[in-house]
Unconditional design. Sequence first.
Length: 264
Amino acid sequence: MTSDATSSDEQPVTRASGVQSVERAFEILERIAAAGGEASLSDLASQTSLPLPTIHRMLRTLSGTGYVIQSSNRRYMLGPGLIRLGEVAHERLGLLARPELARLVDVLGETANMAVLDSDMVVYVAQVPSPHTVRMFTVVGRRVHVHDTGVGKAILAGLPHERVRAIVDRRGLPPATPRSIATMAALEDDLERIRAVGYAVDDEEQEIGVRCYAMAVPGTPLPTAISVSGPGGRVDAAFGERAVPELRRAVERLSSVLTRGVVG
């Protein structure tokens, strides 16, 4: 019987794309995240091409570092070691985005935001406020549901149907306002429209009196979107005609920054 120390799949293997063991570890973390933050050993075995002994060894290593923990029912959950990494990553992501968000505010005059998908919710990682006295404001770090925000719906529109359904199954569709989407069928219809036109609209679905236009940033490792938001009296259809082309230019530049590290 071959021991762990001599097992061929445990040796560090360098490929053109990187170190195989590191890629495998991150694949496992991503699979757990995609499952809502918790998965069994059999779940991971069915969702990856990795041998069961390899998955078990990877989980044992990740558990030892605090990036994965095993619950009393023997399922594996994302661990507290990832929280610190996530907080720092969100902060750096926000710093990278701020110049582009500031440009949107200069051009459009309304608050610009960036948010990412994190454990079935969207979390705001950056904001540049509007110069208007009456303006939209949210706290960086705030977590909200995906179905009733422009950034959330823009992100959902880029995900596979199965993942959208899984998020809704786990989180539900709690209404933030009477205008919030309340059924899966209505959400699917809205996502189809978003895919067709390339942007999402939050029409007082998160907060009465506030409207926003949002667009996903393509090619990012973590699903990401940006938006411009403000009072409905200013953020109307005419505003949208100006905002959509500006958002499109912004996501193209941000995609370059976030996927290739080209800053400036």
